[in-house]
Write a protein that binds this ligand. Structure first.
Ligand SMILES: NC(=O)c1ccc[n+]([C@@H]2O[C@H](COP(=O)([O-])OP(=O)(O)OC[C@H]3O[C@@H](n4cnc5c(N)ncnc54)[C@H](O)[C@@H]3O)[C@@H](O)[C@H]2O)c1
Length: 359
């Protein structure tokens, strides 16, 4: 057996069900590592989030980014809790990490699992599998704008929220999508646009898409308006392989994709700095779900699927595949949380995953 490779992972469970699903994911990863003997994790957990904010007035430690910089990866839960405005919690932690670490590629696979009923009837007899590639550093979430003129009196304040599209930003994410398409059975990239209405940023996006596409003659392409793409997700998903979209468009479409696959609780994501200048961050797509937090009802599969993406990123494709297989075996056996129509708890699903890995 080869010498044990150890990985330093920063865990940031943050708020609500984030704490439950990160705990579940860590347990599953440790079981997988123990079973392999070839790799292991040195975890350090950071108690940042809305409770930390209530105590300190900050969402993360002042030197948080400096501390995180030296980890091999970050395993994140979800951020947000009633009492702290969502824009404060999101910008103070998740977006602070994504933007400062230039985690510009957000990969969000839409996976249909055995034993999980999709609201799409065609999912019963057609193989569906696509991945949303989200531009994760600029676009509509560039944080540019401001509020002013409240001095004019009640009802007269103005706000400007600008979207930023740079040629460099568009090109790197579109190239990433094409490179990803080349690794898939169906070599196709669908670009999501809104250039009919947004004549500057989205026209630049389209221009870059056409230019980059010329370097990948072996990859099919299409360019689809975001409104039409949301219909296509429902009506013709079998025609999708890699879907590349701006920060906001991809954020919305990937929630739609995970709902079509059965639940928001299933969706995994990787926030990547593909150059490896900073640690990449892995997190379920869902939020902190205050409506079910603390009750043991959270579906841990989105977080465990994100752990599988982390294993792939760390150069462990074999263990990543084993984790995906364990997820499939667990859902196929009907061990499902309430969001999927089942009665299993977070702990039941976690235990089933571990039993499958050990079996
Ligand atoms: N990446 C993030 O950290 C992130 C993403 C989205 C929302 N948020 C924050 O989360 C908070 C709640 O937002 P929201 O309600 O719009 O979205 P949400 O994703 O937290 O919840 C939406 C619905 O999905 C369900 N759900 C979510 N995760 C689940 C899981 N693992 N298992 C079973 N069901 C699950 C919830 O119960 C709820 O009904 C807000 O503060 C928001 O800002 C954070």
């Amino acid at each position: 057996m080869s010498a044990t490779r150890r990985f330093r992972i920063a865990a940031i469970p943050a708020d609500g069900v984030g704490q439950e699903v990160v705990a579940a994911g860590r347990t599953v990863l440790d079981a997988l590592a123990a079973g392999s003997g070839a790799f292991g994790f040195d975890w350090q957990e950071f108690g940042w989030g809305c409770e930390y904010y209530a105590r300190t007035g900050r969402m993360m430690a002042e030197d948080g980014l400096t501390v995180l910089k030296d980890f091999d990866a970050i395993y994140f839960g979800a951020v947000g809790w009633p009492g702290v405005p969502d824009h404060i919690s999101l910008w103070g932690l998740r977006l602070a990490i994504c933007q400062n670490f230039d985690l510009w590629a957000n990969v969000r696979p839409v996976r249909f699992l055995p034993g999980v009923r999709s609201p799409l009837r065609k999912a019963d007899h057609i193989e569906l599998d696509w991945v949303v590639v989200r531009e994760n550093s600029e676009g509509e979430y560039a944080g540019l704008g401001g509020r002013n003129l409240s001095g004019r009196g009640p009802g007269h304040e103005v706000a400007v929220q600008s979207a930023l599209f740079t040629e460099v930003g568009c090109e790197r994410i579109i190239r990433f999508a094409f490179d990803l398409a080349r690794t898939r059975i169906r070599r196709k990239v669908s670009s999501v646009t809104k250039s009919n209405a947004q004549q500057y940023g989205m026209v630049l996006w389209d221009d870059v898409f056409r230019r980059v596409a010329r370097d990948y003659p072996d990859v099919e392409t299409e360019s689809v308006l975001v409104d039409a793409m949301s219909a296509k997700f429902v009506l013709r998903p079998e025609d999708l392989s890699v879907v590349v979209a701006s920060n906001l468009h991809a954020d919305i479409l990937s929630d739609l994709g995970s709902a079509l696959a059965g639940s928001l609780g299933l969706a995994a994501s990787a926030n990547l700095n593909p150059e490896g200048r900073f640690p990449s961050m892995f997190e379920p797509v869902h939020g902190s779900a205050p409506d079910i937090a603390g009750q043991g009802l959270a579906n841990p599969i989105g977080a465990v699927g994100s752990a599988a993406l982390m294993l792939d990123h760390l150069g462990l494709p074999g263990p990543a595949a084993r984790l995906h297989a364990a997820i499939e075996a667990t859902t196929a056996a009907g061990i499902l949380t309430r969001d999927l129509g089942g009665t299993a708890s977070t702990e039941d699903v976690t235990k089933a995953l571990i039993d499958t890995l050990r079996g």
